[in-house]
Design a protein around this ligand. Structure first.
Ligand SMILES: C[S@@+](CC[C@H](N)C(=O)[O-])C[C@H]1O[C@@H](n2cnc3c(N)ncnc32)[C@H](O)[C@@H]1O
Length: 241
């Protein structure tokens, strides 16, 4: 019998934000393949899991996925593709030997997660292997909760975008929607703050850094981020209404 791959959303940081189902699946799987952003670095997702689930005698693989832009409809950077291929090959080996594998991923797997790229790569190798997705609490909802505000109410239109968009696309999106969630903001504050200022939206924006993690910080004055780059785990919510 073949094993199953579980792509498990583990929430934004606080292990208490993991679902009961995520905990149960992680306890049950004998193999965990956890993503790490840095070569030989630690996996944030694994750190979250270990706040609740003991390693025991599980096989734990930390797999490096380079953090490079992926554009839909375009071929990924060869280094990125290589990482997906290598992860999928490792997983296939375990599944074909009948072992269940858990792939813990930060937040929710459906939102900018490596888990789905690995899943697609896996299907290209072996289309019949069973994959189950376990949803998690996204940094989006968790950031709104930390800031004590809604994302959208009534007939508000909500959109989620990577802040790495060029300014023209960012402006267009900020004009069109009532509530805009900007992810991956940490390296682009020097152009985001002037854009929000120019659009008279600076006082509508909140920057949530490391939500639910040690070091959580809420900044309502985004100009502070011009001389103090926020952490990679930072999300901005711009709610106009
Ligand atoms: C690759 S995306 C992963 C999103 C994740 N799948 C989710 O559902 O939250 C990484 C981005 O998520 C946001 N993020 C992740 N964890 C966060 C946290 N604890 N606090 C604030 N933002 C976070 C940041 O914008 C970061 O650049």
């Amino acid at each position: 019998m073949k094993g199953t791959l579980y792509i498990v959303g583990v929430g934004p940081g606080d292990p208490e934000l993991m679902t009961l189902k995520a905990v149960r699946i992680l306890e049950r799987c004998g193999v965990w393949l956890a993503p790490a952003a840095k070569k030989d670095g630690e996996s944030t997702a694994l750190g979250i899991v270990e706040g609740v689930v003991a390693r025991g005698d599980k096989e734990i693989i930390t797999h490096h996925f380079p953090m490079k832009k992926v554009r839909m409809g375009q071929s990924p950077d060869p280094e990125v593709k290589e990482a997906w291929d290598a992860a999928a090959a490792r997983i296939v080996g375990h599944l074909q030997a009948g072992r269940d594998v858990a792939f813990p991923t930060l937040g929710d797997p459906a939102i900018y997660s490596t888990g789905f790229y690995v899943c697609e790569t896996l299907f290209a190798l072996a289309p019949d292997l069973p994959v189950v997705i376990i949803p998690g609490v996204s940094a989006i909802g968790a950031s709104a909760a930390a800031a004590g505000q809604p994302l959208c109410l009534g007939d508000d239109r909500l959109v989620v975008i990577p802040a790495t968009f060029e300014n023209g696309r960012l402006r267009e999106t900020l004009e069109q929607f009532d509530s805009v969630v900007l992810m991956k903001v940490h390296r682009v504050m020097d152009r985001l703050v002037p854009l929000l200022t120019e659009m008279n939206l600076l006082d509508k924006a909140v920057l949530v850094e490391r939500t639910s993690q040690n070091g959580q910080r809420i900044r309502r004055d985004l100009t502070t981020a011009l001389h103090e780059q926020p952490h990679y785990f930072s999300t901005i919510i711009v709610r106009k209404t």
